[in-house]
Design a protein around this ligand. Structure first.
Ligand SMILES: [Fe+2]
Ligand SMILES: [Fe+2]
Length: 282
């Protein structure tokens, strides 16, 4: 029987906090009275984040006509919600890189970014209105793997090697080894970070979107499709065949025929191709 979230937290101990600048950015961008100047003040306290935002604003992904040279310009052109994605991406990246699972870190991070780009592209084609939320859902869906890598470097490193070398099923091995899986751990982290409940659900149910609460099911389904596509594109660790059931569930939720899905996937693949420069920027 899977353990309760309380037992999970007790087993995991303290979870890595969301960096302070990131939580301030989230607070400011959620405040209807806040303006670009408030956001600029918060972000500019973090030099690394500032230069990352400028780099991203100028990457092909956003198709800027003029070069973006100041933070204020970046905020005005990208908008609050994209800035929020970039800030969460930057915090996630630090966590993805903290796990001491060696070579696999890079693969897990690239998988996160490609899944994020794919989620946003799926959301766009499916006319799902909250595209940035889809991006963040894709980005964070496997963040539980990083937490496990940080907390149990030896055991989790060995587990990932089994997945990689022997085509093991990640979730099953995690449940056997720890009594919980990366989706549960990811949910605990996303709730610790006080991100939206829709994101908690997308992270928790990306392997099983049917189990998400009604209101969050479409987002979970989009993230599930993006996760599968990223592995089909050979970005990440794991066999895409293990995700076929998640995709079937997602197709049911989004009412997609195999033909419709096939068509949309072609568009999503070109979005990934186009946005690939962002991977280098990060
Ligand atoms: Fe996963
Ligand atoms: Fe994944």
């Amino acid at each position: 029987m899977p353990i309760t979230p309380q037992e999970l937290i007790a087993n995991l101990g303290d979870l890595p906090p969301l960096p302070q600048v990131a939580s301030q950015v989230l607070r400011v961008s959620a405040d209807p009275d806040a303006n670009a100047e408030d956001l600029r003040k918060v972000i500019s306290m973090d030099q690394a984040l500032t230069s990352q935002i400028l780099k991203i604003s100028n990457s092909a992904m956003f198709g800027m006509v003029r070069e973006v040279t100041t933070l204020t310009q970046a905020i005005m052109t990208l908008g609050f919600s994209t800035i929020k994605s970039v800030v969460i991406a930057s915090s996630a990246k630090n966590l993805y890189h903290r796990g001491t699972v060696g070579l696999q870190e890079r693969l897990i991070w690239e998988h996160a970014l490609v899944s994020a780009i794919a989620s946003r592209a799926f959301a766009k084609s499916l006319r799902f209105p909250r595209m940035e939320e889809a991006f963040i859902g894709g980005l964070l869906h496997d963040i539980g793997k990083s937490v496990l890598g940080v907390k149990f470097p030896d055991r989790y490193g060995a587990l990932l090697r089994t997945v990689y070398n022997e085509n093991g099923v990640c979730l099953d091995l995690e449940l056997e080894t720890f009594g919980f899986d990366h989706a549960m751990v990811g949910e605990a982290l996303v709730s610790r970070w006080n991100l939206a409940t829709s994101l908690q659900a997308a992270v928790r149910w990306h392997h099983d979107p049917m189990h998400a609460e009604d209101v969050h099911r479409e987002l979970a389904a989009i993230v599930a499709l993006a996760n599968h596509l990223a592995l089909e594109e050979k970005v990440g660790i794991g066999d895409p065949h293990h995700l076929e059931d998640a995709t079937l569930q997602a197709m049911g939720i989004l009412q997609l025929s195999p033909e419709a899905l096939g068509g949309i996937k072609e568009g999503v693949k070109s979005a990934i191709e186009q946005d690939k420069t962002m991977i280098a920027e990060f």
